[in-house]
Design a protein around this ligand. Structure first.
Ligand SMILES: NC(=O)c1ccc[n+]([C@@H]2O[C@H](COP(=O)([O-])OP(=O)(O)OC[C@H]3O[C@@H](n4cnc5c(N)ncnc54)[C@H](OP(=O)(O)O)[C@@H]3O)[C@@H](O)[C@H]2O)c1
Length: 295
């Protein structure tokens, strides 16, 4: 296949997609492209006003659910609301993320690990039976090139420097661990990263970090819409397999159109995946249902 673009997204009529952090940036572009192709899209966002404004700009069939990933209570309530409204979930896009932010979540977790990983871990667990009941469903988790710098001590996954890189490594460890759990079912777990994109993602970062990153994103033509393409391919390309990881195929995986990319060897460390999974279940108090396998 040549350049994969939005025009390659198959029709999404009859499908329900949940996109976290859909009010702006890559999440907004992901939600917009899915709604344009006919999906019914749930914008799962922490600020309902921003989300409603985004829904108006998107058009199509959209709805808003309040989701603050920095609160396990909010994650539970959001999942309950989605379950009340929908009998199926075809696509869960774990997109929302923060970087350059310090502090704690409502439940006392380091904020980047809490929002980027634990919040999504809990949300996915609480929606998994709906996903499993929906033929051909997918969980897409958005990571970053930065995962390569991540280190995780499973005994204490919230400590040490490099919080963002650690959370993005956690996204990939989660993707692979979930992929294994889903083996033999009709649901797949995949990942994507945008390369770079000129979004609001560096809003909490110092200018020293923010400015060069935005300059690089602009030089490589990384609009939010370009940044969303790897997610959209992971979410909709019929050829995608469980465990796949998509990113821009160009120089340094920053620019270009989406294709399969390789995660760091650490992201494929099965023991680390299993230990992070156990710690995440313990911290979130979310126990995943055991999937019934096809014979
Ligand atoms: N842009 C890049 O260069 C880049 C590179 C690598 C990876 N990524 C990843 O791409 C994903 C999307 O980022 P982006 O670039 O689109 O950034 P963005 O423009 O800052 O959007 C981030 C989204 O996450 C939401 N969010 C933040 N904290 C949240 C919380 N506690 N609960 C629920 N939602 C929350 C934000 O909501 P509010 O607007 O209400 O704050 C916003 O909708 C992230 O996972 C990021 O790590 C981006």
């Amino acid at each position: 296949m040549g350049k994969w673009t939005e025009t390659d997204i198959p029709g999404q009529h009859g499908r329900v997609a949940v996109v976290t952090g859909a009010n702006t940036g890559i999440g907004f572009e992901t939600a917009k492209a899915l709604a344009t192709r006919g999906a019914s899209v749930v914008l799962a966002c922490r600020n309902p006003d921003k989300a409603r404004a985004a829904a108006e700009r998107i058009g199509g069939t959209t709805e808003v659910v309040r989701l603050d990933l920095a609160s396990l209570d909010s994650v539970r309530e959001a999942a309950e609301e989605i379950r009340d409204r929908h009998r199926r979930v075809d696509l869960l896009v774990n997109n929302a993320g923060v970087t350059g932010l310090s502090g704690r979540t409502e439940d006392g977790f380091e904020i980047q690990f809490g929002v980027n990983h634990l919040g999504h871990f809990a949300l996915t667990g609480r929606l998994l039976d709906l996903l499993l009941a929906t033929p051909g469903s997918r969980v897409v988790t958005v990571s970053s090139i930065g995962h390569r710098f991540g280190r995780i001590d499973p005994a204490d996954p919230q400590s040490g420097g490099g919080a963002y890189a650690r959370s993005k490594l956690a996204n990939l460890l989660f993707t692979q661990a979930l992929h294994r759990r889903l083996s033999g079912t009709d649901t797949i777990s995949v990942a994507a990263h945008p390369g770079g994109a000129s979004t609001e993602v560096f809003r909490y970062s110092s200018p020293f970090f923010r400015v060069p990153n935005l300059v690089i994103a602009r030089l490589f033509g990384r609009t939010p819409a370009m940044g969303a393409l790897p997610t959209l391919r992971a979410a909709t390309d019929p050829g995608v397999k469980g465990g796949d990881y998509f990113g821009p195929a160009g120089l340094f995986e920053i620019g270009g159109f989406p294709d399969l990319v390789t995660a760091s060897s650490r992201a494929h460390d099965v023991q680390l995946q299993q230990r992070l999974w156990a710690v995440s279940e313990e911290l979130t108090n979310v126990a995943y249902p055991k999937p019934a396998r096809h014979s």
